[in-house]
Design a protein around this ligand. Structure first.
Ligand SMILES: Nc1ncnc2c1ncn2[C@@H]1O[C@H](COP(=O)(O)OP(=O)(O)O)[C@@H](O)[C@H]1O
Ligand SMILES: [Mg+2]
Length: 255
């Protein structure tokens, strides 16, 4: 069962091919690339796309409606998914990212298991966005703040029509995924408070995500319904659609 909660009305139609308003060229030229990322980033997720993924269309649509960049806003969009372990949070978010990857210039995946994982993720992202060099020995807090600062003005190099490469920047469209955010309080120092032109997706077992992230759109993930579960079994067994379930009275098991 899936229950949804939302604080505002229907989202505008998504247009992944065009920039949101205000996200066009913001500087004519620049001398010091500094915090200007070279984007789009190649998609690097900790999980492969699941070829057996099925169902959850309502959840995918809800996330898309809320998080895909819209032509009328360069603000911050947020969404959280909460539910017990094993319900499929990571699966549906992974499917969402693969399906809608063209909507974003950068997908930044963060593990929130503990502070060490958070720092590790932010350090990797700082390198991926080329805010620091891989060999940099910068402090973990500095690396984290470089990423957070970038989300406040997420500049990316771009090539305008007829222009020279690297002479212009525009706002990037980014998605930040907080996975395993079971302890929401850990997010405090890692939450991009003043970010713009981006989307944040939080996955958590903590039903209190509901209240702790009160201003967010959110969805509770329950069990897959029985039809989808049947489909999943067919997918996994690559069956032709005929599933034979034999009773095992010896085990006390009946279909
Ligand atoms: N919609 C789905 N389609 C196919 N497999 C799924 C689906 N949802 C979950 N699974 C499978 O169920 C298992 C647990 O899902 P997972 O996404 O890791 O749950 P959670 O992140 O909520 O702990 C995984 O092995 C995954 O492959
Ligand atoms: Mg998970």
């Amino acid at each position: 069962m899936v229950s949804t909660e939302s604080k505002s009305g229907a989202a505008a139609l998504t247009d992944c091919s065009s920039d949101p308003a205000g996200a066009t060229q913001i500087h004519g030229s620049f001398d010091v690339p500094g915090n200007i990322a070279r984007l789009p980033l190649p998609l690097r997720l900790p999980y492969d796309r699941n070829p057996n993924f099925c169902g959850r269309e309502d959840v995918l649509s809800a996330i898309e409606a809320r998080l895909a960049p819209h032509a009328d806003s360069d603000g911050l969009r947020t969404f959280s998914i909460y539910g017990l372990g094993g319900m499929g949070k990571t699966s549906v978010v992974t499917e969402f990212v693969y399906k809608y990857q063209s909507c974003f210039d950068a997908v930044l995946w963060v593990r929130v298991d503990d502070i060490a994982k958070l720092d590790e993720s932010f350090s990797r992202i700082a390198v991926e966005l080329q805010l620091v060099q891989a060999v940099d020995t910068l402090d973990r807090v500095i690396r984290r703040n470089l990423v957070l600062d970038w989300t406040c003005e997420p500049r990316r190099a771009t090539i305008p029509e007829g222009g020279e490469a690297g002479n212009y920047v525009k706002l990037a469209k980014w998605l930040l995924v907080f996975d395993h955010a079971d302890n929401i309080t850990l997010l405090g120092d890692y939450w991009p408070k003043a970010a713009i032109n981006g989307s944040i997706l939080v996955m958590s077992r903590d039903s209190l995500t509901k209240t702790k992230l009160a201003s967010h759109h959110k969805i509770q993930l329950g069990h897959l319904d029985s039809v989808v579960r049947g489909q999943l079994i067919l997918n996994i067994t690559a069956s032709d659609g005929h599933v034979i379930i034999r009773p095992r009275p010896d085990l006390g098991v009946y279909p």
